[in-house]
Design a protein around this ligand. Structure first.
Ligand code: NAI
Length: 457
């Protein structure tokens, strides 16, 4: 076994968390190696955020064509050419991948290809060499999980396989009505598929504020996306014609394909974490607030750490750990301040506490729901939707929840409001440009501050 170089930091995994950490380490003058068995960019760039959002954009274009007549642009949708859609999607990924390789290549980062294994708390073994680091950062991410007895293959797939379908399925059943489930349901419906979602909990997107769950259910009903709530998957069989799904209680459903979207599990098996003395919890790697594992020179970041599984959390974790190692005492990354966007149609976006969580935490809260029917730009786009603020009684805004076509883009301001503990009165005094969807955030603040403009108090 060749002895590799001694590094300040060895990072295992080059996804959103890993590469952000490596880039920041290099900027800070730390000697850094990054080990990757697949492609720099990880799930987000190659199998997650970016390709799915490209599909969702193609879906939005199909929707525009289908609804053109409503604004006097008569058009008919000829066909969805899936190979061409995939080509477009792949070209977006390829362009970003090239850019990222350039960034990483120009930084002082040793990228080592191959599957790394932690063989000691300070040593990663990869492709016949040992890389030793004063600090090791675990950033191995997550994988699409299935259910006991539910085997992936053929017509039964996870998001990974669903991303590269070469045709539009006539019908699809989606198990899991959370983020991945509703995004794929939305794409497929826009492409002409009959979709049924099976969700075990009482609502779609069950982690969101009720106003978003109920609003999305209303919107999906209108779009004729079927969903069954409080419904649990029991079994599936498949043959050359399709899948046969049985629910607990005996109901059965048939479709061409089945998408399993029941969460993502930690990608941590066989990498030597436990053997190196790292405390694990059902495969996850718990850390303290400063992202240290139970072994003090080993950090863990991104999806591997219990909490929100979001690329931008991974970026933030990676930057945090690099700065922590460099002795800069950065502010910890707190999950409750991380903005969340689900890119189905209509989009939903939120940051901070739901109303229920805020009541639990603060007792008394004030809320305001601004209906997008009063927002000029949303009216032009023809979208229904809402902006809901939750504030601590007479205090700052602690949660913002939004729904509507394109409303995901508004979460940046919502995030500043919540994370800077802004009062509605603070937000109300800033001018929001007219006519934009952004204006709806200003209108909601004006109303909550007791001086509504295009709404009632
Ligand atoms: P999830 O953990 O968010 O939701 C899984 C859903 O499946 C839950 O609603 C659960 O109740 C349901 N479920 C579980 N077992 C079931 C059963 N037997 N029958 C019926 N329903 C069942 O997982 P999801 O949607 O797969 O996403 C994985 C992760 O990826 C999430 O953390 C998500 O935030 C992240 N992600 C984020 C995106 C974004 O930010 N736009 C896009 C895609 C994924």
């Amino acid at each position: 076994m060749a002895d590799g170089t001694q590094y300040d930091v060895v990072i295992l995994g080059a996804g959103s968390g890993g590469y952000a950490c490596a880039l920041r380490c290099a900027q800070l003058g730390l000697k850094v190696a990054m080990v990757e068995k697949d492609k720099v960019g990880g799930t987000c760039l190659h199998y997650g955020c970016i390709p799915t959002k490209a599909l969702l954009h193609a879906a939005a274009v199909a929707d525009e064509v289908n609804h053109g007549a409503a604004v006097g642009v008569n058009a008919t949708l000829d066909a969805i050419d899936m190979p061409a859609v995939n080509k477009y999607k792949d070209s977006v990924v390829a362009g970003l991948y090239k850019g990222l390789q350039g960034l990483v290549g120009h930084a002082a980062i040793d990228v080592v290809e191959g599957e790394g294994k932690l063989v000691a708390a300070d040593t990663v073994e990869v492709a016949g060499q040992r890389l030793t680091g004063k600090f090791v950062v675990l950033a191995t991410g997550s994988y699409p999980r299935s259910l006991p007895g539910l085997e992936i293959g053929g017509r039964v797939m996870t998001s990974l396989e669903a991303l590269s379908l070469d045709h539009v399925p006539a019908s699809a059943i989606v198990i899991g009505g959370s983020v991945i489930g509703v995004e794929f349901a939305s794409v497929w419906k826009s492409f002409g598929t009959d979709v049924t979602i099976i969700e075990a909990l009482p609502h779609l997107v069950p982690l969101e504020d009720d106003i978003l769950s109920k609003g999305l259910e209303r919107a999906f009903r209108k779009r004729k996306i079927d969903f069954k709530l409080n419904a649990r998957f029991e079994a599936v069989t498949q043959d050359e014609n399709g899948v046969d799904v049985t629910l607990e209680g005996g109901d059965t459903l048939q479709a061409e394909i089945l998408l399993v979207a029941v969460g993502r599990g930690p990608s941590s098996q066989g990498f030597g974490f436990e053997e190196a003395g790292i405390t694990m919890d059902r495969g996850w790697v718990p850390t303290d607030e400063r992202l240290r594992t139970s072994v003090s020179n080993v950090f863990a970041i991104g999806d591997l750490v219990p909490g929100l599984q979001l690329a931008h959390r991974g970026f933030a974790h990676g930057i945090f750990v690099a700065e922590e190692i460099a002795g800069q005492s950065p502010m910890p990354v707190i999950d409750s301040g991380i903005p969340r966007v689900t890119y189905c149609e209509p989009e939903i976006a939120s940051v901070g506490l739901t109303e229920k969580q805020a009541v639990e935490k603060y007792g008394e809260v004030d809320t305001y729901e601004y209906n997008l029917a009063g927002n000029g730009k949303s009216k032009i786009l023809g979208t229904a939707g809402v902006v809901k603020y939750v504030r601590e009684k007479d205090g700052p805004v602690v949660g913002v929840h939004m729904m509507g076509t394109r409303m995901g883009e508004q979460v940046g301001e919502a995030s500043l409001i919540v994370n800077w503990d802004a009062y509605p009165e603070d937000v109300a005094q800033f001018i929001h440009p007219h006519p934009t969807q952004n204006e709806s955030l200003g209108e909601a603040a004006l109303a909550l501050a007791g001086k509504p403009l295009h709404s009632h108090n």
